[in-house]
Design a protein around this ligand. Structure first.
Ligand code: SAH
Length: 252
C-alpha cells in the first residue's frame, strides 16, 4: 500500500525541511518523493537532516508544475494547517489513512500534497484535491512544521497498513465463548471461589474482562485446559453447571 503513495511538496523554501521529510518518510516506509519548484534539495542542510534517508532525497523527482507532479495519481489529498469552509471534504489523519489504504489497496495511485512553509497551499492547488487532511492541533497554534506534518500523516498510513497484516486472529464464535464462561463458572464453583450468594456480579465482570480480550478459539482452549487442571481433572461436580444455568441463562 505504501508503494502506491507519492508525497508531493510544493515550493519548499528550506532544504532542511525537505531532508527531514525524506527521513520521516523512510522511517514510515514511504519512498516516493516529488518536489515542485523546490529550493536546493541536495544542500548540505537537506542531506544532513535526511540523515540515513538521503537515498530518498537523491531519488526525488523535481517538477515545474503541480500538474506534472500529479500525473497518474487517482486520488489527491491535500494537507492543510487551517480548517477550511465546507468546500472540501475534510479528513483527520486516521480517516485519511483509511481512505488511502482502501484506494491504494485497490491498486490506485495516491498523492499527498503538502504546502509552503509560510503560506501553505493556494486555492488553485486545493482545487486539485479530492480531500483535505487536517491534523487536529491546538486551534490557537495549529500549523506544524512541514516535516512533522508529514511524519504524523505517514505514521497513520503505516498503522493502517500494518494492522490488517497482523496474523489473522479470528475471535471465537459466541457458542465457544459461552462454553468457556460456563466452564469458568463451574470451575470457580468447584475450587470454592464462587458461592451461591451473589455470583452474577463477579461473573459479569469476568465476562467483560474476557470479552475485551477478544479471545480466539486457541486461547479459549488454553484457558479451558487451565480450568480442567484447576478442577483436578475430576468429574465436574455439576453444581457449577446448575448455578450457571439457573442464574445466568435464566437472566437472558
Ligand atoms: N502557515 C501555513 C502552514 C504551513 S505549514 C498555513 O497557514 O497554511 C507547511 C505545510 O505543512 C502545510 O501547507 C500543510 O501541508 C502541512 N501542515 C502543517 N500543519 C498542518 C496541520 N495541522 N494539518 C495538516 N497539515 C499541516
Amino acid at each position: 500500500m505504501l508503494n502506491q503513495v507519492r508525497i508531493v511538496l510544493i515550493e519548499t523554501s528550506h532544504g532542511g525541511n525537505i531532508g527531514a521529510v525524506a527521513r520521516a518518510m523512510k522511517n514510515m516506509g514511504l519512498s516516493e518523493l516529488a518536489l515542485v519548484r523546490p529550493c536546493d534539495h541536495l544542500s548540505g542542510q537537506a542531506v544532513a537532516r535526511a540523515s540515513g534517508a538521503d537515498d530518498l532525497l537523491r531519488a526525488a523527482q523535481v517538477y515545474d508544475t503541480l500538474d506534472d507532479a500529479l500525473v497518474g495519481c487517482q486520488l489527491v489529498i491535500g494537507a492543510s494547517a487551517r480548517l477550511r469552509k465546507v468546500r472540501w471534504p475534510q479528513l483527520d489523519p486516521r480517516q485519511c489513512a483509511q481512505k488511502v489504504a482502501a484506494e491504494a489497496g485497490a491498486g490506485r495511485r495516491v498523492a499527498l500534497l503538502f504546502g509552503r512553509e509560510r503560506t501553505g497551499l493556494t486555492n488553485a492547488e486545493l482545487d486539485l484535491c479530492h480531500y483535505l487532511v487536517h491534523i487536529p492541533a491546538n486551534p490557537e497554534y495549529s500549523s506544524l512544521n512541514l516535516a512533522m506534518a508529514v511524519q504524523v500523516i505517514a505514521y497513520e498510513l503505516r498503522m493502517a497498513e500494518v494492522q490488517p497484516q497482523q496474523p489473522g486472529r479470528e475471535p471465537a464464535p459466541v457458542e465457544a465463548f459461552e462454553g468457556f464462561m460456563e466452564h469458568l463458572t463451574e470451575a470457580l464453583y468447584d475450587i470454592g471461589y464462587l458461592d451461591e450468594r451473589n455470583p452474577e456480579k463477579l461473573l459479569r465482570r469476568l465476562r467483560r474482562l474476557f470479552h475485551r480480550a477478544e479471545l480466539d478459539q486457541h486461547e479459549i482452549n488454553i484457558l479451558r485446559g487451565i480450568l480442567n487442571a484447576a478442577q483436578g481433572n475430576k468429574r465436574r461436580s455439576g453444581q457449577g453447571r446448575e448455578l450457571w444455568q439457573r442464574r445466568i441463562r435464566g437472566n437472558r
